[in-house]
Design a protein around this ligand. Structure first.
Ligand SMILES: [Zn+2]
Length: 345
């Protein structure tokens, strides 16, 4: 075969008209095979697979580790595979877009000044991913006209009604282009319940939790309302609608974490060092949270039993349900939630 792999090198003038390269047919089903026979059967079923793909969205969790292989086949006008064609791949963010989600500086600006170096470092070393990446951005179709790239997911699930979406664009030159749609989000999120005189949410952008926590939070709120506390419990941060990175938090990604205000004597916000701080009620709150399954609570009042001290937790309790929910979850990709391996805010 011609050693030159670019498209023009394969198309002498007298054949050029015969070889019309169709749009690459993207079929995000791992081929798994290298034998040409199986490739051929794969190829003959390709149009069917392709239609199937159009109806079946690819869904990944916004955990920075999920992958999907994207094989493409280049064919001529007679549906015959064309080897030796240079195809390019790249990723585009469709939703959410904008610098605040998808650029390093934009994301860094959404974090508190003390956290900015840390978030920038994590974006730069790939521990936090603002856009999916590809194992390769160019490939040459093989003897059966196939090429592939491996997509690895971002940490962006977003907070819009629609799940986050990224496109993998496959192109031959500039005019033959095909798109693979990847939807990114956890499918287990549900709104945090409100209970009159028991549980409220104030100032949170992320108002969702793992659905298994909803009945427990409902129970917490009803318990407090029944006990006629002067003020309800106040949640100030849950998780985004689809999970994933929730600036300015490093955790709060998988639906298992909440920020809660300490109880006060005036129903307003405050730290445990302030005059309006209500220690007995806050201790009761910690006990109730533990009763409904909180595995770890961070709060800095040293007299509170059942909470651990951690910088930045004077004005709120960080409540993690990771452990019990991990036991309940049957994650479809075989992984377990692991917010615990990130520093907390
Ligand atoms: Zn928190």
């Amino acid at each position: 075969m011609n050693e030159k792999h670019d498209l023009e090198g394969l198309m002498p003038e007298d054949v050029e008209l015969r070889i019309i390269v169709n749009k690459p047919q993207v079929c995000p089903i791992p081929t798994g095979s290298t034998s040409s026979e199986e490739h051929e059967s794969f190829y003959t079923e390709l149009s069917e697979h392709h239609l199937h793909t159009a109806e079946t969205a690819i869904n990944l969790y916004p955990n920075g580790t999920g992958t999907v292989m994207i094989p493409v086949t280049v064919t001529d006008q007679n549906n015959r595979p064309v080897p030796g064609v240079n195809v390019t791949f790249h990723v585009e963010a469709m939703n959410p877009t904008g610098t605040g989600w998808r650029t390093e500086d934009g994301m860094v600006a959404r974090f508190g000044t003390k956290s900015r170096n840390k978030i920038r470092q994590r974006i730069q070393n790939g521990r936090i991913r603002l856009l999916g990446t590809l194992s390769r951005t160019t490939a040459i179709t093989d003897s059966v006209g196939s090429a592939e790239t491996l997509y690895t997911v971002s940490h962006i699930g977003g907070n819009q009604p629609q799940m986050a979406t990224e496109h993998v664009i496959t192109a031959i030159g500039t005019d033959s282009i095909t798109t693979t749609t990847i939807n990114i989000g956890y499918d287990w999120m549900a709104p945090i319940p409100s209970v009159e005189n028991g549980l409220r949410i104030i100032g949170a952008i992320g108002t969702h939790v793992h659905k298994d926590l909803v009945p427990r939070l409902q129970m917490l709120g009803e318990t407090i309302a029944r006990a006629r506390w002067t003020y309800p419990v106040t949640i100030t941060a849950g998780n985004l609608r689809w999970g994933g990175l929730y600036p300015p938090h490093f955790t709060h990604q998988q639906g298992t974490e909440l920020d809660v205000r300490p109880m006060t004597t005036d129903g307003k916000r405050g730290t445990w060092q302030q005059k309006n701080y209500d220690r007995p009620r806050t201790q009761e709150l910690v006990d109730l949270l533990t009763n409904i399954g909180a595995g770890k609570i961070y709060f800095n009042d040293p007299q509170i039993i059942g909470a651990s001290r951690l910088a930045g937790h004077d004005n709120h309790l960080h409540v993690s349900f990771t452990a019990p929910v991990t036991n309940m979850l049957q994650l479809t990709d075989g992984t377990k939630p692991s917010p615990g391996n990130l520093a907390l805010t």
